[in-house]
Design a protein around this ligand. Structure first.
Ligand code: AHG
Ligand code: MN
Ligand code: MN
Length: 328
């Protein structure tokens, strides 16, 4: 089987789509940071980077030592080459101004699925890239943009194999890491989400606090209705990247809805929802809050949370229709 390195792929894309070389080099830098994080993830438990760091992040959640390692790795790689104007991380309270002459803003969730780090379940790194908003006066104004303005987005999943998936607005590509060579190779060329959905992914423990529309659509997905392809199978590990990736490859829908306890759900718009929404739409799927397209949301805060319904386009429409008609 012919092997295409990630570097060769980027060079091809540069030629075909005139992707700017700075953007390609940033993607390549993120790929390198992913190798560093992978190296630490696979020996978790054997080093002093294991367990809780005994601090909380900007969202008030407990931070793991590996979250900090991943955050520092990405920051050090991305600031080394002067290609990044501003960074923002789920693990950092403040936006991080970098090189004022650079053109790109990068937002990232350094390690998604922290609660799974110490139990050998897949975790990942999610990233979102914009051109800097030159009209903005403050770093926040230069950073806060609608998801539809992303120029690239992706994730690296540290699973039974390590895979990097990205889009730069011309299809979705996935690369698998060969640890014997230290290199990523193209393994998923132009990913499209299957039309037939097999899975639904949701934390059903939240059901008592869900809105009536969410409860009823989940009943629909679990109903005995073979003609419409139901019931779907349930799959949920509690790492967004892993649950999203399964549905992207196998066909399905992921929901982290707003609830009476957390009206905006749990996931972050800028670090999680927007990048995955960009990928999902590029793969032929949809992403919604339940009432609005994720990529159309005007952000107000870099750390804001948002309900996320993402995956198979028909099922996202179905969830929207249930949420709109439900009697509250
Ligand atoms: P993070 O580890 O980056 O804070 O994200 C955790 C998120 C996401 O990965 C996952 O889908 C969700 O938390 C799981 O939440 P529940 O435990 O409430 O299901
Ligand atoms: Mn996360
Ligand atoms: Mn995280």
């Amino acid at each position: 089987m012919e092997r295409i390195t990630i570097e060769k792929h980027f060079l091809n894309q540069q030629g075909n789509n005139e992707l700017p070389s700075d953007l390609i080099n940033i993607l390549y830098d993120i790929n390198l940071a992913g190798k560093m994080i992978r190296k630490q993830v696979v020996i978790n438990g054997l080093t002093d980077q294991t367990g809780d760091a005994n601090v909380t992040n900007a969202s008030g959640e407990s931070v793991q030592k590996l979250d900090i390692y991943a955050n520092d790795s990405i920051k050090s790689i991305l600031t080394a080459h002067g290609r990044v104007a501003i960074m923002a991380s789920e693990e950092e309270e403040d936006i991080i101004p970098c090189d004022p002459s650079a053109e790109y803003v990068i937002l990232f969730d350094p390690l998604d699925g922290s609660s799974n780090i110490d139990v050998n379940v897949s975790v990942g790194t999610i990233f979102s890239i914009y051109k800097v908003n030159k009209d903005g006066k403050t770093p926040t104004e230069k950073t806060l943009r609608k998801g539809s303005e992303q120029v690239a987005a992706g994730y690296i999943i540290y699973g039974s194999s390590v895979v990097m998936v990205y889009t730069a607005g011309d299809g979705v590509f996935g690369f698998t890491y060969d640890p014997s060579l230290g290199e990523f190779f193209l393994s998923h060329d132009r990913i499209t989400i299957p039309n037939k959905a097999s899975y639904f992914s949701v934390n059903e423990g939240l059901t008592p606090h869900m809105h009536p529309g969410t409860k009823s659509v989940l009943e629909e997905l679990k109903s005995d209705d073979p003609e419409n392809g139901y019931p779907l199978s349930a799959r949920y590990v509690g790492s967004l990247v892993a649950d999203f990736h399964r549905n992207l490859i196998k066909g399905g829908i992921y929901l982290y809805p707003g609830t009476s306890k957390s009206p905006n759900g749990k996931l972050r718009l800028m670090y999680e929802a927007n990048p995955l929404a960009f990928i999902c739409e590029q793969a032929g799927g949809k992403a919604s809050t339940g009432s609005q397209r994720i990529l159309d949301i005007e952000p107000t805060d870099v750390h804001q949370r948002i309900p996320l319904i993402i995956g198979n386009a028909e099922l996202v429409d179905l969830v929207e229709s249930f949420e709109k008609t439900a009697v509250l």
